[in-house]
Design a protein around this ligand. Structure first.
Ligand SMILES: Cc1cc2nc3c(=O)[nH]c(=O)nc-3n(C[C@H](O)[C@H](O)[C@H](O)COP(=O)(O)O)c2cc1C
Length: 314
């Protein structure tokens, strides 16, 4: 990892009055090359994939595998899953030199997370979240944020917001679905608007934002300080720059970032498959997804899109 760098004032940015556009944390996907890409194409902040704080704290190998960054990887927020304040604060302290903020995942609905007290399970224990935010803040003086889902009884969400505000939470991302709702259910923008109305800290809206127009419209409907997008960013990492589909120059940049900074062939193919999905026909698509090596993927890109690896492109 490179040297520590100047911090970006995330809360100042969120209070600037500009629409702040954030690339969501995505397990497996929001690694260094993809973060560099979205930051180049209009995202104002990028977030790491959720990292398990306990193994991060205990294992150097996990740290090396799960958290790589450079001085250009900014503004950067590291997201952790934790079920106790000690692990969360320890993990926050370890990334302190390299990030602009640390986020606590309070939204993961997967059964393993729920049964071990991680992710959305934390929403049932606002006092625990408060202690986690408080300890991490005391130990690092970094902005500590949380990413939550709405409760069907919104009074419980307002209570949570009040509780974490008392611990000095920097901002809150609200995914407008409940823990039980799947991603096919439209997010509840009115619930996000009400949470924003009750909050004194900045709020980010999350759910079904697939374009810059969606981002502007969600802000108009909810009054939030910023928006966060996940699946839309995978399909089109340039969406926040106003592109309706992924431009080929963005694909070219992804190839250059990935191969210069390092990525696995499988992740390389997955990202490219999502970005190019709307441009590939059935047979070509099937052929693309059958490729397993980086040289084979590059050969495909050169043949179909005249894209080659250009290490001096950035
Ligand atoms: C592949 C994938 C991985 C995700 N990983 C995380 C994660 O690591 N942490 C997190 O808080 N949410 C994670 N999420 C949830 C997203 O951040 C986001 O809250 C959700 O997808 C709704 O936003 P969207 O409608 O823009 O996709 C993930 C979602 C996807 C699709």
């Amino acid at each position: 990892m490179e040297n520590p760098r100047q911090k970006v004032d995330l809360v100042g940015l969120l209070n600037s009055g500009e629409l702040v556009k954030v690339c969501a944390p995505m397990v497996r996907f929001t690694k260094l090359p993809f973060r560099q890409l979205v930051l180049k194409y209009g995202a104002d902040i990028a977030v790491t994939p959720m990292i398990m704080s306990d193994s991060f704290v205990r294992s150097e190998r996990v740290r090396d595998l799960q958290f790589t960054t450079t001085t250009l990887d900014t503004p950067l927020v590291a997201q952790f899953a934790a079920n106790n304040a000690q692990d969360f604060a320890d993990a926050a302290e370890l990334v302190l030199p390299y990030v602009d903020g640390v986020d606590l995942n309070c939204g993961c609905p997967q059964s393993w997370a729920m049964s071990d007290g991680y992710g959305a399970h934390l929403l049932t224990s606002p006092e625990l979240i408060r202690d986690m935010v408080h300890q991490a803040r005391e130990r690092t003086h970094l902005p500590i944020s949380i990413k939550i889902r709405v409760n069907s009884d919104l009074r419980r969400t307002y209570d949570l917001v009040r509780t974490v505000e008392s611990a000095g939470v920097a901002y809150i991302t609200v995914h407008g679905r409940t823990t039980k709702q799947r991603s096919s259910t439209p997010p509840d923008l009115e619930a996000i608007r009400l949470v924003k109305e009750h909050a004194t800290v900045p709020v980010l809206a999350n759910g079904d934002i697939y374009s810059l127009q969606d981002a502007v419209s969600v802000r108009e409907k909810t009054g939030v300080n910023g928006v966060m997008a996940a699946r839309g960013m995978l399909d089109n990492p340039a969406m926040f720059a106003g592109y309706e589909t992924t431009p080929l120059e963005c694909v070219q940049d992804f190839v250059d970032f990935s191969l210069s900074l390092g990525t696995s062939p499988s992740l390389f193919r997955h990202h490219l498959g999502y970005m190019l999905d709307s441009t590939m026909m059935g047979l070509d698509k099937r052929h693309f997804w059958s490729l397993h090596s980086t040289p084979a993927i590059l050969e495909f890109l050169t043949d179909r899109y005249s894209i080659t690896y250009n290490p001096t492109n950035f």
